[in-house]
Each structure stands twice: as C-alpha cells, then as structure tokens.
Design a binder for this molecule. Structure first.
Ligand code: TUI
Length: 314
C-alpha cells in the first residue's frame, strides 16, 4: 500500500483524486471514483447553482464514501456556490483558477477541508498560510485552464516549499506517471483526462471517441492573449480560436464570444464546434472502462513499479 497522509486526513483508501472537470464531473463519475476508494469530485461548472446542488444530493445517494466539490473561482456564481456547499454539508473542496482566500474563513468555520489547485510555488505558500489542508500542484500538461510550469518542474518545487500534503496533477495517466509523481514527493495524484473514458463518465460519446483517437500531439493551448490559457484537443474550433488570437483585426471581445459555451456544447452535445478540453496524455487513453479499473490500474500499477526498483535498475 502506498503510504499517504492524505488518505488518513480525508478518509479515503487510495491516494487518487478525480479531477473536478467543468461540465463533466457529475455525481455519476464522482460516486464511482469514491466507491472505488479514490476521491470523487463534482464540478461547480454545470447548469447553475441548483444543478450542482442536485449533483451533490445525488452523489450522497450513490456513495457513502467521502467526495468533494471543485469550485472554479472565476465562475460568475462562485460566491453563490461557496455558500451552497456549506448549506449542503460538503466536507471537502478543491478550488481552481484563482485564490479562494475570501471564502476560507466561512469554509473553515463549517469544518470544510480546502485543497486549492496551484500553478506556482508562490500561490502554494499563500494557500498554506491561509489554512489550506493540502494543495494540488497542477502542471501545464493538464487539460482545461492551465498555468505555465509543467509537472516535472512544478511538483518537486511545491513539495520542497510546503509542509502540508501536495497532490500532483497534470500528465498523469497510468501507473508509471503515478509512480513518478510519488517519487517527486506527491502525497497523492489527481487524474482528469483518463476519467473522461470511464464508463460512468456521462460526456457525449463524440467526446469519448475524440479522446480515444487522440495522439501525443493532439492538444493545443489557446487563450493566452485573453489571460486564461486553456488546453483542448486540436479541432476546427480550437484552430479557429488560435487563428482569431493571431489576427490583430479581431478584438478580445469577439474571441471571447466565439468561445462562450463551447465546452458545454462539446460535453453535452458532442458538437463539432465545441471545445474538447483534454490533457497532453489524451494519446495514452485507449479504452472505455469502469472508474474502478482506472483507479486500481493507476495505484496498483504505481505500487508495482515502486516495490520493484529492480525493474529499472541494472
Ligand atoms: O481550473 C482549472 N481547470 C479548468 S477550469 C475550466 S472551466 C473553463 N471554462 C471555459 C474556459 C476556461 C475555463 C476548465 N479547466 N484547473 C485549476 C487551475 N488553477 N489551473 C491553473 C490554476 C490557477 C492559475 C492561476 C490557479 C491559480 C492561479 O492564480 C491566479 C491568482 O489569482 O494568483
């Protein structure tokens, strides 16, 4: 068994989080991951605050294991969601795309464990100083909104700077990647892209098909000119987005309006003009399988490698 402080702190069996993927991470996926012994997460990016509340209630019916909610701090309803999770008795939160400082006092008073995603050492230190239970160091290999530094460099630097547990994320897709993260000092791993291919993941079949067809060079980062870089699959949509960004005649407002709603369109409708957010490891995802098999392949696969260094040493 991989030893991890995070399993004791959160009451989970395996040190693996499922990424709180916007529009994707619902009760079906979160409960499946939690039932498998990991930490399932529900995304706060859905069809409004009440839809997220419903997913939380559904998840409680589907599992008696711990699960959490991911709060995307740049969302217009972030404040409303911040209160709703307290009202619903959620006990674990991860946050992304900003600093959760303004909500920390209320969440801590409610006994909530807060685990922010960080993309730099400076933000990781700030999160530790305001009472975060742990941080998720997410490298730029990830899908969706990304920082600048990649996991191989970010994770050990965050581990060295902090006393609280660090979860490694970005570019982890199998036992090898998981073992590498533990070697770099992670207390746990977070995985997003591979769970897109979980049986219990409710994304449109077109989304799953695109992930299964992806190769190593299938993703692109757009949105840098807007100040929020996003990694997604190369599609006519993302290539047009990149072209608009490179064209001085196109305004940021026009680009923003082109992108609005694109993730929902991909996840819910499988629309060719949607945004198929995915990490660089999409090319490693080769089959649809139960979330339990994914959890066990990652953790037991890592254990096998870490237990037998003779596999690597001459
Ligand atoms: O948040 C994510 N990934 C996401 S959010 C998302 S929703 C979306 N929808 C449409 C367009 C764009 C996004 C899809 N994927 N990951 C966590 C994450 N947080 N990655 C990077 C960061 C981050 C970056 C800078 C966290 C904090 C930060 O600091 C800024 C500050 O305030 O200091």
């Amino acid at each position: 068994m991989i030893k991890s402080r995070i399993c004791e702190i959160l009451g989970i069996k395996y040190p693996i989080f499922q990424g709180g993927m916007a529009w994707v991470a619902d009760a079906s996926l979160a409960a499946a991951v939690s039932n498998a012994g990991g930490l399932g997460l529900i995304s706060s990016i859905n069809a409004g605050t009440e839809a997220v509340r419903n997913e939380i209630r559904k998840c409680k019916e589907l599992t008696d294991k711990p699960f959490g909610v991911n709060i995307m701090l740049q969302a217009p309803n972030a404040g409303e969601i911040a209160q709703m999770v307290i009202d619903e008795g959620v006990k674990i939160l991860t946050t992304g795309a900003g600093s959760p400082a303004q909500y920390m006092e209320a969440w801590q008073a409610a006994g909530i464990k807060v685990i922010p995603v960080v993309a730099s050492v400076a933000l990781a230190l700030k999160m530790q100083s305001i009472g975060a239970t742990a941080v998720i160091a997410e490298g730029a290999e990830s899908g969706g909104h990304v920082g600048e530094i990649h996991t191989m460099a970010l994770l050990p630097q965050v581990v060295d700077a902090l006393d609280i547990p660090v979860i490694g994320a970005g570019g982890i897709c199998d036992g090898r990647g998981a073992a590498a993260a533990f070697i770099l000092g992670a207390d746990a791993i977070q995985v997003g892209t591979r769970f897109l291919a979980a049986e219990e993941c409710t994304v449109h079949q077109n989304y799953k098909d695109k992930i299964l067809k992806a190769s190593d060079i299938s993703t692109i980062v757009t949105g840098k000119t807007l100040g929020h870089p996003v990694r997604s699959l190369k599609t006519p949509f993302s290539k047009n987005f990149a072209k608009m960004e490179a064209d001085p005649a196109v305004t940021p407002e026009e680009i923003l309006s082109f992108g609005t709603g694109a993730l929902r369109k991909a996840v819910k409708e499988g629309d060719v003009n949607g945004s198929y957010m995915a990490g660089e490891v999409a090319g490693m995802v080769k089959k649809i399988e139960p979330a339990k098999d994914i959890v066990e392949d990652l953790i037991l696969g890592a254990e096998k490698i870490l237990r037998n260094p003779e596999n690597i040493l001459a």
